[in-house]
Design a binder for this molecule. Structure first.
Ligand code: ADP
Ligand code: MG
Length: 590
């Protein structure tokens, strides 16, 4: 076959292969255009999962009559005119290919009116031909109506899933975009049913309401507000407490200069920021906005513009991970939560989940039901709002209060200024020890060593190898371990922090644990893993009896320790049941 230039329609259809994957892609492009046109209200109507109809109406600037055909022409855009513009682009669109691509695989009508024109005008695309503008009544703004997606591309139609699935994709895009512009109102209708309706959110409270509408109120209740700027980068948004981690990475929203993006570097930076407080395999939840000079980002990395390249990726990565790690390090008893999160809500959540599970099984929340189900006896909404006082409320100098005793060798019970505190003693001690070991390893704390009678330890060959290979790390912590023979180690010194434990068994356990896991770890994680394993193995086991003095020492240590609200695996270390919560449980004062 001879080489030839493809005709425009075919070129557009090929471009559509990248830009228009499914109905949701159409909705995304049309909403982006409306936002670029300065819309304050965007109404989206969808039929049959978007395949039959996608209609997006906005009250933006509109398109003048003579430009209407151009809007549908390939490589025609009003958003950039030079390479320099591209490097500083702030609009969501700039490639000038969305409308022609969509039009090439559907039946498209574009109706628009500018503020000073009367009436509006519309154009259609039929078989690749753009019609002459014809008058149409329309309020100022634009409506794009797309029908019968892929009617002329049967191969593509096969990939379209059920109406429900396609609509879910559309809803996800609308949600994602609606979080990028709190000042714009959105509505979404499917088969004439209103599914989403979001008013413009002009203050923090209203913005949080929108976040709650999209991410769930549970997310917001357990979120911290982040706001940090340095070196020309600003990061702000909401991040969930580690104890609200999820099994899937489904609540992770990243925006760069207002553009929703899926960027592996950013996702990774956030993951590393949470590394120390999250259980392996769990995923953090967040809505985060990054702002920086547009010249530092290349948004032209992919036709759908959801991927980007940072010109100085490393510094952005550092900035994000450090900011998140610092905010998360404040999760300790008595520390003022930055946002709306209330520490107590952990307790309330546990209780309310049980209550709602009961309710859904038909048990009605009545007064005086069986003992042992106290959660059914109080009004949960009241508990929630009652906790609005903030995490430090009644905390005073010792937010964790003073120990009363131990419960079944597992929990410490403590009386605080405003109620009862329950502490998982192993989890708490593990975190406290881990943080101290980290300070030791970082040289921020000296490691007074204990000279004991050297301990000889019989180990396997590979365990001995491991100890030898990681000698330097052990030494930094204050250990001195020599290899006596292929299967024998001699422990000469240990850090004072660990002196009370059975050293031989501790070192042996740590070596066994680490050798098993080591192969799967990346180099940078190995040091951390050593510390975490040491901490876990050193922490008091359940069923060890503690004296009241020991319990109080642990409580005080928790109050001083960063990240003490969760153990190394991201589980909570303590919970509070305030007097007000207790009064509600017992219906006092009603
Ligand atoms: P791009 O957004 O990359 O410029 P599009 O094909 O999406 O390319 O749109 C082409 C042009 O049509 C835009 O540059 C803009 O001038 C105009 N346009 C599209 N949609 C709208 C809208 N809703 N309101 C005003 N102008 C629009
Ligand atoms: Mg566009």
């Amino acid at each position: 076959m001879a080489i030839r230039i493809l005709n425009t329609e075919l070129v557009n259809q090929i471009a559509a292969g990248e830009v228009v994957e499914r109905p949701a892609s159409v909705i995304k492009e049309l909403i982006e255009n409306a936002l670029d046109a300065g819309a304050r209200q965007i109404d989206i109507e969808v039929e049959k999962g978007g395949v039959a109809l996608c209609r997006v109406r906005d009250d933006g600037s509109g398109i003048p009559k003579n430009e209407l055909p151009l809007a549908l022409a390939r490589h025609a855009t009003s958003k950039i005119s030079s390479l320099d513009d591209l490097e500083h682009v702030v609009s969501l669109g700039f490639r000038g290919e969305a409308l022609p691509s969509i039009a090439s695989v559907s039946r498209l009508t574009l109706t628009s009116r500018t503020a000073d024109a009367d009436p509006g005008w519309h154009v259609r695309v039929i078989d690749g031909e753009i019609s002459q503008p014809a008058p149409a009544s329309h309020p100022p703004g634009t409506t794009v109506e797309m029908r019968d997606l892929f009617f002329n591309v049967p191969a593509r139609r096969k990939f379209v899933r059920s109406d429900t699935t396609e609509f879910q994709h559309i809803a996800r895009h609308v949600e994602r975009l609606s979080l990028s512009r709190f000042d714009v109102a959105f509505s979404l209708t499917h088969n004439q049913r209103r599914v989403v309706s979001l008013a413009a959110a002009m203050n923090r409270g209203a913005r949080q309401q929108r976040v709650a509408a999209i991410c769930g109120s549970e997310f917001l209740q357990h979120a911290l507000f982040v706001e940090h700027a340095a070196a020309g980068i600003r990061l702000h948004g909401w991040i969930a407490l580690p104890t609200f981690a999820r099994a899937q990475p489904d609540l992770q929203f990243w925006y760069v200069n207002g553009r929703p993006v899926r960027d592996r570097q950013l996702v990774n930076a956030a993951r590393v920021g949470y590394r120390d407080v999250l259980f392996h395999g769990r995923h953090p939840a967040y809505v985060l906005f990054l702002e920086l000079d547009p010249a530092r980002v290349d948004v032209n990395a992919h036709p759908t513009k959801q991927e980007l390249r940072f010109r100085d990726g490393r510094s952005v990565h550092e900035f994000v991970l450090r900011t998140l790690a610092r905010v998360l390090s404040e999760t300790r008893p008595g520390a003022q939560a930055i946002g709306p999160a209330a520490k107590e809500s952990l307790w309330v959540r546990a209780v309310s989940e049980r209550a709602s599970a009961m309710e859904s099984q038909g048990a009605s929340p009545q007064v005086g039901m069986a003992l042992g189900e106290p959660s059914l006896r109080f009004d949960l909404s009241a508990v929630r709002s009652g906790n609005g006082a903030g995490p430090a409320a009644g905390g005073g100098e010792f937010p964790l209060g003073f120990a009363l005793g131990q419960l079944h060798g597992v929990y410490i019970l403590s009386q605080s200024a405003d109620g009862l505190i329950l502490v998982d003693m192993h989890a708490a001690h593990e975190r406290v020890t881990y943080e101290r070991l980290k300070r030791l390893a970082a040289g921020q704390e000296s490691a007074p060593q204990v000279l004991l009678v050297p301990v000889t330890l019989d180990v396997s060959m590979s365990e001995a190898d491991y100890a030898e290979q990681h000698r330097a790390e052990f030494e930094r912590l204050g250990f001195e371990i020599d290899r006596l023979s292929p299967t024998q180690l001699l422990i000469r010194q240990v850090p004072a922090l660990l002196a009370r434990t059975d050293i031989g068994a501790l070192v042996h356990d740590v070596l066994a644990d680490l050798r098993e896991r080591d192969a799967s770890l990346r180099l940078e994680d190995r040091g951390m893993e050593l510390l975490a394993t040491l901490a876990c193995r050193t922490a008091v086991r359940a069923h060890r009896t503690l004296t009241i003095t020991e319990m109080n020492a642990l409580l005080r240590e928790m109050e001083r320790t960063e990240r003490a609200d969760q153990c190394n695996h991201g589980r909570p270390t303590w919970m509070r049941l305030s007097m007000a919560d207790l009064d509600r449980l017992f219906l006092r004062g009603r």
